[in-house]
Design a protein around this ligand. Structure first.
Ligand SMILES: Cc1cc2nc3c(=O)[nH]c(=O)nc-3n(C[C@H](O)[C@H](O)[C@H](O)COP(=O)(O)OP(=O)(O)OC[C@H]3O[C@@H](n4cnc5c(N)ncnc54)[C@H](O)[C@@H]3O)c2cc1C
Length: 364
């Protein structure tokens, strides 16, 4: 089939690669001038183990399987990464109960080698930590996500696929047996495809509304939850990822590390109603408070506003989090078009596994 993938983020690139591997002819249309310019360049770059998500959900399945595939991909494609491990820490009895629930959830999801350790054992690993217990996840890690996307792009091109940059998809309609896709930008015009995958991140809902015949009631709401990061001006205090217990809308302000060993904190959860990428320095106050719960040694004046990312959520504050939404013909009634909605965390980790399922669904 001639397959169009809309969006050159990490998920779109993984889908395009999977389509090439299945022998399809693939074009990726990307609105901006480069790969990974959307949500994919504004995240924690953590390879998640698969602990948090309800067993059997797309997030649980594709995170756990995608993580294993991602480590293999990184090894075979020389993508920089590190299985540094992670501790989810409890600072009081209530948090300890939550962390124990996470252990049960993670085990049910098939995450390997999880174990509860006491406060002393946690401090033996990370001397600066203050906690009464922690869940240790040795399978968690970090990745150079841009290098990963470049590797996906390289493999896509090696197998005959191509990316059209500055080529936003404006609208599309089905005229049997093809999709007529209208592009704007550099090479504006209409091109036909056999199948279309919409992997457009924050642009998925607006585009779905411009697909002729797509039932408006089947387009889920788009809820924006900004995640702000603060950099740390100093020597890293930890060698592992350190996470508090999860909060409404996110995993809590955690310690993330880059491959150079630099430490940063975030993301928090700021519900917003339009896209904006500024980090309000006043949020530092709340960061100090949250981080000092597990790292009392955080020095005054050490946090500097860094970057932020926007989670494309499907539910808002106080609402039950929902799964990734992969909407194929059974959902909207249109042939050979799949729309991905709400691909927030752990979309980076899940990308290779999710991509396979999306491409397999075209053959069904
Ligand atoms: C704060 C934050 C932290 C996160 N941390 C992690 C983490 O540590 N680990 C992890 O596994 N996941 C994490 N995630 C999730 C992960 O980053 C996302 O799931 C993933 O990047 C989504 O990729 P995507 O390809 O779906 O979207 P995007 O990267 O946004 O790509 C979509 C692309 O589509 C393009 N586009 C939109 N509309 C159109 C159109 N009409 N025509 C053509 N192109 C279009 C956009 O320009 C964009 O390039 C995090 C997310 C956030 C926000």
């Amino acid at each position: 089939m001639q397959v169009l993938v809309v969006g050159a983020g990490v998920v779109g690139l993984a889908i395009a690669r999977a389509a090439c591997l299945r022998g399809h002819e693939v074009v990726v249309a990307e609105a901006t001038g480069g790969i990974g310019n959307g949500v994919s360049s504004r995240n924690s770059e953590v390879i998640h183990a698969g602990i948090y998500y309800p067993t059997g959900s797309l997030r649980a399945r594709h995170c756990t399987r995608g993580r294993r595939m991602l480590y293999q991909f990184c090894a075979s494609h020389a993508v920089a990464h590190k299985k540094c491990g992670k501790l989810i820490v409890a600072t009081d009895a209530a948090e300890l109960a939550k962390v124990e629930t996470l252990l049960t959830q993670g085990k049910a999801n098939g995450v390997e080698d999880l174990e509860m350790i006491g406060g002393n054992a946690a401090r033996a690993l990370e001397a600066e930590l203050s906690c009464i217990g922690a869940l240790s996840s040795p399978e968690s890690g970090i990745i150079d996500s841009h290098a990963y996307m470049l590797a996906l792009w390289g493999e896509l091109e090696d197998r005959g696929g191509a990316i059209a940059f500055e080529t936003p998809v404006q609208r599309m309609s089905f005229a049997a047996p093809h999709w007529q896709v209208e592009f704007g930008g550099r090479d504006a015009g209409t091109v036909t495809f056999d199948a279309v995958i919409v992997s457009a991140g924050l642009g998925a809902q607006p585009l779905a509304r411009r697909i002729e015949g797509y039932p408006p009631g089947k387009v889920p709401p788009l809820v924006l939850a900004k995640g702000n990061y603060f950099g740390f001006a100093g020597k890293a205090a930890f060698a592992r990822l350190i996470y508090p217990t999860p909060v409404d809308g996110g995993l809590g302000v955690h310690v993330t590390l880059d491959l150079a060993g630099r430490m940063r904190f975030g993301p928090d959860v700021e519900w917003i109603d339009h896209e904006s990428y500024s980090v309000d320095p006043r949020r530092a106050e709340m960061f100090y408070e949250r981080i000092r719960a597990y790292w009392p040694g955080l020095p005054d004046g050490s946090l500097v506003p860094d970057y932020c990312g926007i989670r494309p959520k499907l539910t808002g504050p106080g609402e039950k989090p929902v799964d990734f939404m992969v909407a194929g013909p059974a959902s909207h009634g249109l042939p050979r078009v799949v729309c991905l909605f709400g691909i927030e965390s752990p979309g980076l980790t899940a990308s290779l596994s999710l991509a396979e399922e999306v491409i397999d669904s075209l053959a069904a």
